[in-house]
Structure formats: C-alpha cells, structure tokens
Design a protein around this ligand. Structure first.
Ligand code: AMP
Ligand code: MG
Length: 425
C-alpha cells in the first residue's frame, strides 16, 4: 500500500490545527500515514492463530468433495417417487461415512445410508429413516420428498479454486479448522510487527526497587506490554529513559534502528515536549497534537527513521485511552489486517449523572450492569482522574461522550465501547 499523504501534506490541510485536533480527525490522519509490513513467512496451521494472512488461502478441493447425505436414511432416485404417496423400493446395500456403496443403484432400488456417506451412483435424494417403513429385510416403503432432498452437494461449502480466506484476514480458531479441512498444512502470514517501547521520566522506578521521595513505579510499560501482547506484536522493552537530551536521543536512535513502531509514554506534555520536540525533529518528522479529548490530550505521532512513532501522554489512564483509541487500530493496519470489526459500541442507560464540558470527546470508564429487565446500564467507575489506573482495572467499557455533548443526567442513554479482552467467557 502506498500512503496517500505525507506528514507535510497533513499540515497543509486547511483543517489542520495541532492545538485542537478532534479525535476522528487524528484517527484519519494516522491511518493515512501508515506503511504496513510487506514481508511474510510460511507457518504451520497452528502457528497461524492470531496472525494476518499475506496470501489468499485457495481451496485445492471441493468441500465437501462429494455429494453426501445430511441424514441417516435411505438413498433413492428422485424420479422413482410420486408426490402424495408412498413408494416401495428394494434395498440393495449400505453406505457408511468413509465407506461408500460401490455398486450402481437402479430405478426401484434404494441404499441404506448414514449421515456424511457419499450418495451412491444412481441416487440423488435421501429419505430420512423416520419417514421410511421397513416392510421386510429387503423392501422399504418411503414417503415422497422432492429430488435432491436431504443431501449436501459437492462444493457447497467451498468450490475448488475459490478463496477460502482472504489476504489481510486475521486467523481465528474457526479458520484453523477451515484450513485443515482443505488438507492445507502451511499458510503465508505477514511477519510480526516489531514494536519497541519505553517510558520517560526521572521520577520513574522499576518494580522491585524501593521508592525514594517523589518517585513512582513505572506502570505504563506494563499496561503497554499487555496491550501489545494482546495484539500479537513482537516486543522490544527498552526500559525507563531519563529526562536528558542525550538519553532520549540515544533511546530513539537505538529503538528506531530495530523496530517498525516505537511507542513512548510521558514527555509529550507542555514543557516536557519543548525538550523532546527538537530531538524528534532532528531525527524524523513528528507532529505534536493536543487532541480535543479527555483523558489523553497530548499525543505525538510521526516517523522517526523507518519507524512509526507514537508518543503517548504520561498519565497511566491517558496512556491506555490513547492506545485503544489511536494506536490499536494503527497497529492492526501496520500488521496488514484488512478485514476487521471496529470496537463495538452500543447504548446503555447511565445510572448516574456525569460531568462533561462541551468541546472535547470524553472517555469515561464504566461498569456494565444488566438489570432484572435485561437492560444494560452503565455506572461510572468513580473518580475519573487520568492518574486513577484502578478505574481501568474496574472498567468494562469506555463511556464515550461526544464533543458537543454537555453534562449527562442520570437515566440518559450514553454510548459505551467495550474494552478489548473483556469478553472472555
Ligand atoms: P508527563 O507526560 O511525562 O508529564 O507525565 C504525566 C504524569 O504521568 C506524571 O504525573 C508522571 O509522573 C506520570 N507518568 C509518566 N510516566 C509514567 C509511567 N511510566 N508510569 C506511571 N506514571 C507515569
Ligand atoms: Mg515526564
């Protein structure tokens, strides 16, 4: 795919305003500036789970290969039957699944047949056993069914030469079975996306250490690790980078030489960006946005060397919200995924009033509760501060409050967006 815009052309767009970037616009700009991976590798069927196909999977056979029975019953010739009456037929043999009847069936004859067995030569219809009366060992009386009834046709699932799965499809458990059902043992998938990530901040300390005054544990590298792992990326954890120009510059030089994507947290807010910005502008082309959203206002995006770069805010909730709202979809595109369903949103009745100022999109955290009347309601998690990471742990969903919306009254309907990984039962 060739990108249809460059960062330079984005900034020439009449609507471009780095200081007030609507969420949707930022999503669009990001998607227009992505170069997905192109190289691929051959993997065994099982290894393909969660990977993105880089070539159509072409069916080398008809599925099913032969016309076969959908029922236990008797295979007959449709032309032997008459509507409105029973027909007596001579039973000349039996067809089992995997053990076909080898003879030829003539008019006036039938073959006892099991589900999945190949329709015998000369037959075209199956009468299920419940509609058959056994007169003696050799003769059955069958009800009328139209020609072709109760049979599955060769190729009705997949035709020889047709694409069973398309390039750009993410392989799911059903697909593993489908690929195996074609007798295919290996498929071509895009190579995994290599994503480097680091945290920035002099106050950050790694787990296992004792905190001195003013220090905090680095949690962002853990949430980012989790979100990237769920997306099936190859991870390069670069640790914590101190707030010095030298440390930041060398972290970018090192990470962009090995990764397709570099994700950082912290260091892009007002003040801090003043020191990070010149380094990134020297090394690449990066835009610093103030997104009209809460949480997650500052966001940097661009290219440093060959790598795509996402500079997420430092606040732990803002990191997760910006990842889910911008980075996740971008990574899927970069992985080569074409067909996908956007994060499902639906309406739920809000159990409490919500504070909201018009002018920005808010992603409040909510807990879904089903009422006795089978109605979905949503309750905010409590304090919506962008540092309250426990709100993300409790949350089932984001309560998405659009830009123009003001305060929400208790009992009003709001849009909720499920958080990835929630549905696991
Ligand atoms: P910054 O954008 O660097 O100014 O960070 C904003 C806030 O997020 C500050 O309170 C930071 O201490 C906090 N923060 C930044 N990075 C992390 C991190 N990796 N883990 C936890 N909190 C962080
Ligand atoms: Mg910082």
């Amino acid at each position: 795919m060739t990108k249809n815009k460059t960062l330079e052309t984005i900034t020439q767009d009449g609507d471009y305003d780095p200081h007030s970037m609507p969420v949707e616009k930022a999503r669009t700009y990001i998607q227009e500036f992505l170069d997905p991976v192109t190289s691929s590798e051959c993997v065994s069927v099982r290894e393909a789970l969660g990977r993105i196909l880089s070539k159509d999977v072409i069916s080398p056979v008809n599925v099913p290969q032969h016309d076969n029975s959908a029922m236990d019953g008797y295979a007959v010739k449709g032309t032997d039957l008459t509507d409105g009456r029973k027909t007596d037929l001579t039973v000349i043999g039996t067809a089992f699944a995997g053990q076909p009847f080898s003879g030829k069936m003539r008019s006036g004859e039938s073959v006892r047949i099991m589900t999945g067995a190949v329709i015998p030569n000369g037959a075209d219809t199956v009468i299920m056993q419940e509609r058959v009366e056994k007169k003696n060992d050799n003769v059955v009386s069958v009800d009328f069914f139209p020609a072709g009834a109760n049979t599955r046709k060769a190729g009705e699932d997949l035709k020889l030469g047709s694409a069973a799965l398309h390039k750009g499809h993410k392989v799911r458990p059903a697909d593993l079975g489908l690929i195996a059902s074609l007798g295919i043992s290996e498929v071509m998938v895009y190579r995994k996306l290599r994503v480097a990530f680091f945290s920035t901040g002099d106050e950050l300390v790694g787990v296992g250490n004792v905190l001195s005054e003013g220090q905090i544990y680095d949690s962002n590298r853990y949430t980012i690790f989790g979100m990237l792992t769920e997306l099936g990326c190859e991870l390069i954890d670069m640790g914590v980078i101190r707030d010095t120009p030298e440390a930041v510059e060398s972290a970018f030089t090192d990470s962009t030489s090995i990764a397709d994507v570099v994700i950082t947290s912290g260091g892009v807010s007002v003040g801090e960006a003043d020191f990070v910005k010149p380094i990134l502008n020297k090394l690449g082309e990066v835009l610093f946005w103030k997104i009209a959203m809460k949480p997650g206002r500052p966001l940097a995006f661009g290219k440093v060397g060959q790598s795509h770069f996402f500079g997420l805010p430092g606040n732990p909730v803002a990191v997760m919200v910006t990842f889910y709202q911008f980075v996740q979809a971008a990574l899927k595109t970069l992985q080569g995924q074409v067909t996908r369903i956007p994060a499902p949103t639906f309406k739920a009745r809000c159990t409490e009033s919500l504070k909201k100022a018009p002018g920005r999109t808010e992603f409040q955290r909510g807990i879904l509760i089903k009422t006795k009347d089978n109605e979905w309601t949503v309750k905010p998690t409590g304090d919506q501060g962008s540092g309250i990471l426990s709100s993300m742990s409790q949350a089932h969903c984001f309560i998405v409050l659009p830009t123009d919306m003001g305060k929400v009254e208790a009992g009003e309907f709001v849009d909720v967006q499920l958080i990835r990984g929630l549905i696991d039962s």
